[in-house]
Ligand binder design. Sequence first.
Ligand code: FAD
Ligand code: NAD
Length: 463
Amino acid sequence: MSDYDFDVIVIGAGPGGYVAAIRAAQLGLKTACVESRATLGGTCLNVGCIPSKAMLHASELYDEAASGKLAKLGIKAQVELDLDTMHGQRRDAVKGLTGGIEFLFKKNKVEWLKGHAAFIGKDTIDVAGKSYRARNIVVATGSNVTPLPGVEIDEKVVVSSTGALELAKVPGHLVVIGGGVIGLELGSVWKRLGAKVTVVEFLDQLLPGMDGEVRKEAAKIFKKQGIELKLSTKVTGVTVKGDKASVTVEPAAGGAAETLEADAVLVSIGRRPNTDGLALERAGLTVNKRGQIEVDHDLATAVPGIWAIGDVVPGPMLAHKAEDEGIAVAENIAGLTGIVNHDVIPGVVYTMPEIAGVGLTEEEAKERGEVKVGKFPMLANSRAKTNHEPDGFVKVIADAKTDRVLGVHIIASVAGTMIAQAAQAMEFGATSEDIAYTCHAHPTHSEAIKEAAMAVTGKPIHI
Ligand code: FAD
Ligand code: NAD
């Protein structure tokens, strides 16, 4: 009889870990998943993707009604914000989905080991004072908030994304430190609900890593929406007095300091891998300079039998990237061939309009060789125009010689949904001509992708 307790133990039940555990069990492996949180689903379901989208959706509807956008469509309503109910539907969404993962664990016979896991040796971990031995251990411990030195997060006045999801009242002035994805999504929520929002960003543009033209256009759109942007600006200190904060900022290149008075301050300057308390050294594992566990193409670490996936390994910190790695790692453990194409991972910012991209930015593509670029404005897309959603564009970047699509970038109300076809086309090695000659339903926002692909060879119809 085997002296192993499990074929696979997964540490962490976020989108990486819970998906890995379910797939491993589906493949016939005896599987356990360790989670220290009271509910399954990790950052994404508990305090990330899901609650933020619940607040983004509700605040968007409120804004449409309160700002008179609905009145322009002939819908007149007396609007009142009931923030408690809005938070209630957010909590309901989280409860439903985290409970759903518990159901899936039972259905697939994945055992949930409740508690914090720490390595005892390379094939053994401790959970709540009990040791468990497994042939394979998958580290899927995710990430947490990067602190800003000298700024204490109290989750009341100075909040991380977790506190910013739960503010009990709309702040008069919200100062957001960091103009990345979290800052813009949660900044948008509170702006729509009535707060004055100021985003302080160290770099000269928002959304680092995204296509340059997209970043510039996004800044224009957020400014038009009334979000104040302080680019190339650094925060030098935050002091809290009672329920107010003073944020001192100065130009990144040096210059006169300025103080912003705030009712809430959101610290959203990135996230860092979670490895504290795991005792990786007892398993012979180390982390790189960024605190991540390095893995090879198969998601195997340097120690045989130990694998790692999701936010704790290099790559974009995205739930769908973690999920795909979860499936791949389970398949590799089971002796199949699990593959994740890290060149084709879409990213979406769920503001209004949404901002989405997949593949290379124009800047990256040009560094590698000659490219052709096709663009189409949403203003000329019949559905976007009819829906009064004129902002944004689609940009298709193709290799100048082979016409193979290298990247697609979209700003549009439903960019997050539109980007899926671009990712699939790229996964199939499509050319811009393949997209241009694919019949797209009319009237849809997605026709803008077809037209941008037609524009690669200079032949869009509607501009
Ligand atoms: P996590 O989801 O972080 O899960 C790791 C789990 O491991 C946690 O539950 C933790 O409690 C547990 N754990 C850690 N250490 C131990 C231990 N030693 N023992 C036991 N358990 C342990 N991504 C998107 O793709 N789309 C979005 O819209 C999106 N929105 C976001 C919004 C916010 C506000 C935030 C903060 C993040 C968002 N993300 C989004 C990012 C996304 O949440 C992460 O990329 C994703 O959750 C990573 O999954 P993971 O499985 O690697 O780790
Ligand atoms: P981020 O890396 O997206 O943005 C952080 C921003 O803060 C950057 O623009 C950076 O230049 C800036 N910054 C860093 N230090 C600063 C300082 N001292 N002063 C001012 N600005 C500073 O990080 P985030 O927004 O915290 O999000 C963390 C992670 O969560 C991201 O990797 C993202 O992928 C993930 N996430 C994804 C989604 C989504 O997919 N829709 C939503 C939320 C979060």
